[in-house]
Design a binder for this molecule. Structure first.
Ligand SMILES: [Zn+2]
Length: 697
């Protein structure tokens, strides 16, 4: 079978989700993926139950005078039974908040009792286990050594969680400190062995942005040792100009040079400090996940690091998802990018990026969906409900739960199908978020609003690209020699490449290349700057794209992906939040060139307005594919009619059935369809918020 043919792409769709994992093994200190809990493969619906213990409700203050009654209700048999009857499968409840085991033991035992009830009703139990809080007032009384376990800033003051600084009793523990991790393991053991939890939710999984990073001896010495183990003496000389790193400190800041104003990160020690902070979190998580699974391999591990929000997550919060999600079964995002289209400025806000990230690592995304559209987005991109919310669940959520449970076999075990990959380059985004993140967001936005399925690709190193038809490098400035060689081979073998702006002009340390990295592939790139004392405002070229044939492949270089309209004012840390989330000014050209570079049909073509979004998944062993459609503008355009669809099929097959499912239909509707060579076309007569098309062959 021809590698570039369509079935190849079908397999590619599956392969890419998995390569994401395999690829990570050569990142520094990155481990192979942990084996996940099997039960979660069948999808899940969780709801609670509050996740705050009563001791915290009191210490936080401002509670209602009936707080104890509300608290007891949230672990009562009546509530658990009600959730069970509503289709909820996993009961979410509190377990540990950070006061210390002695202070929380009475409530931990209450949780054990509630877990027994939930298990008796055939439900699974999801327990909240605070990752990142030490309530010192009780904790120090229990464990006097814990004074050495906390994060301390450059002046030695404890680093706090950031809840408007009301909660200054919440210290952050240091994750380089093995004694704290040993304590955390005692809690994990209690949760797994005593409570018999099925699912551990580690909350507050991140670190504070600079200047609030940990300068405790564990971190300072840990950083120096990390550099020594990561690099040979010769590499250290290349990196810093010297090889003795025994006196290197974490970065320090001053009033005139606050970290949030740094547009480009040149300083190699700061770059390495970002890497170290990300790795400390990844290593601590791996220890905890391995420990939990050694006690019970069926315990699912979940963290709350948030998703792809447009922020520079590595730099700000020590989050490199690709190092974390190999240790987890699920992750949480509390980003407030709730699915909605804004007709007044053309923005389409979604969590599609965060869902694609989850799927790339076989994780489930757990997130609130406070509207019907946001819940439809879950079914389309998460392929399960995940978090349903807290009791009482709204009526429409109950409808979606019922729909999902009735159609579960169309969701379980599916793989995303796409032939376009968008690189989210770690060093490009970590060292220059304003440019690389903005370009990635705009390219993704054009694909989302044109209903072209795509994968997110994470580097370190690149996965096997031969399964893609097009790779997009959105201002992926920092590419290693290895990555460039792989990309070149991919094109010569017949792949399509879209490079934009400054793609490939720097190496992975953001050192300016003398010869552009994509020399011979991308023509007409403007020269870029090496070190700059003052980084000016972001300028994006609106020049015309340049096509080129290279080997068997096709390359298009876009000088820039310009924002449509005046660029919103950059926020501190240059976060590309959802004020930027709309199609770029040249989106039509961009989509046209992606199609040209692919040199093949896209898996699906769907007509419709810019607020109609599509996702395609496959179950080849069941000989069917599913097309999910979501109307992001359901608020002002409650229904869309006459949607024309052309769906590619595997070679040698013909369509047998096309069924339309939706919450407004009691039973599936058989749609008439026309068979084309290796494709099927049909028209969806009408849909409201969500439609699911199952195509059997
Ligand atoms: Zn530390």
């Amino acid at each position: 079978m021809d590698r570039r043919d369509f079935m190849g792409s079908v397999m590619a769709g599956m392969a890419v989700s998995q390569v994401g994992k395999a690829a990570l093994s050569s990142l520094p200190n990155t481990a192979e993926p942990l084996k996940g809990a099997r039960w979660i493969r069948n999808g899940l619906i969780t709801a609670g139950g509050l996740h705050e213990p009563f001791i915290f409700v009191l210490r936080r203050g401002g509670e209602s005078l009936d707080a104890r009654r509300v608290h007891d209700w949230n672990q009562s048999e009546t509530l658990i039974r009600r959730l069970k009857n509503q289709g909820v499968e996993v009961f979410h409840t509190h377990f540990y908040k950070g006061f210390g085991m002695a202070a929380e033991m009475p409530e931990m035992l209450e949780t054990k009792r509630a877990a027994e009830i939930a298990h008796r009703y055939g439900m699974k139990v999801d327990t909240y286990l605070q990752w990142n809080t030490m309530m010192y007032e009780t904790f120090f009384a229990e464990e006097p050594h814990a004074k050495d376990w906390i994060q301390r800033d450059v002046s030695g003051l404890p680093i706090l969680l950031t809840y408007g600084y009301q909660q200054s009793f919440r210290y952050r523990p240091c994750f380089s400190n093995q004694e704290y991790l040993a304590y955390l393991k005692k809690l994990v053991r209690f949760a797994v062995e005593e409570v018999k939890t099925d699912f551990i939710h580690f909350d507050n999984f991140d670190l504070n942005p600079e200047p609030d990073s940990c300068h405790s001896p564990s971190c300072v010495n840990g950083f120096r040792n990390y550099l020594k183990s990561k690099y040979t003496p010769e590499k250290l000389r290349q990196r810093f100009g010297f090889e003795n790193v025994d006196h290197i400190n974490p970065p320090q800041w001053n009033r005139d040079n606050p970290p949030e104003k740094m547009a480009i990160i040149f300083d190699p020690a700061i770059q390495e400090w970002i890497d170290f902070r990300c790795q400390v979190m990844a290593d601590a998580l791996r220890q905890m996940a391995e420990y939990a699974k050694s006690l019970n391999p069926e315990v699912a591990i979940e963290i709350n690091p948030h998703g792809i929000t447009g922020g520079n997550r590595a730099w700000m919060n020590a989050i490199d998802h690709s190092r974390l999600l190999t240790s987890t079964d699920a992750y949480v995002t509390e980003e407030e990018n709730f699915a909605e289209y804004f007709p007044e400025d053309g923005r389409l806000v979604s969590k599609i990026r965060s869902y694609k990230l989850a799927r790339a690592y076989d994780n489930v995304l757990m997130t609130q969906s406070p509207s019907e559209v946001a819940t439809a987005e879950k079914l389309a991109f998460n392929q399960t409900i995940g978090t349903a919310g807290s009791a009482p669940l709204p009526a429409w959520m109950l409808d979606y739960i019922a729909f999902y449970r009735d159609h579960r076999d169309l969701f379980v075990g599916t793989r995303d199908l796409a032939t376009v990959g968008v690189l989210r380059s770690y060093p490009s985004i970590a060292y220059h978020n304003a440019r690389a993140q903005l370009s990635a967001i705009l390219v993704e936005q054009a694909l989302i609003q044109s209903r072209i399925p795509f994968h997110l690709i994470f580097d370190g190193p690149l996965p096997n690209l031969s399964n893609l038809k097009v790779l997009v490098l959105p201002d992926s400035e920092c590419l290693s020699d290895d990555q460039i060689a792989k990309i070149r081979r991919f094109v010569e073998d017949g792949g399509g490449l879209i490079a934009t702006g400054q793609a490939g002009l720097y190496d992975e340390w953001r050192r300016l290349r003398v010869e552009p990295g994509l020399n011979g592939l991308a023509d007409g790139q403007q020269s870029a700057s090496a070190y700059e004392e003052e980084v000016g405002a972001l300028e994006i070229s609106s020049g015309l794209p340049i096509r080129k044939l290279v080997g068997k492949g096709r390359v298009v270089y876009f000088p820039g992906i310009p924002f449509d309209g005046p660029l919103p004012k950059m926020e501190p840390y240059f976060t590309i939040d959802n004020r930027f989330w709309k199609r770029p000014a040249n989106w039509e050209e961009l989509i046209g060139e992606i199609q040209w570079a692919a040199n093949a049909e896209m898996p699906v073509k769907v007509s419709g307005p810019e607020f109609l979004v599509a996702n395609v998944v496959w179950q080849p062993e069941k000989q069917r594919g599913m097309l999910h459609l979501v109307n992001y503008n359901a608020k002002t355009t409650p229904s869309i009619s006459s949607i024309d669809v052309v769906c590619r099929l595997p070679e040698g097959t013909t369509a047998k059935t096309v069924n339309l499912h939706g919450l407004e239909h009691i039973a599936a509707i058989d749609l008439p369809f026309t068979t084309q060579p290796r494709a099927v076309s049909f028209t969806v007569p009408e849909m409201k918020t969500y439609a699911l098309l199952a195509i059997g062959w």
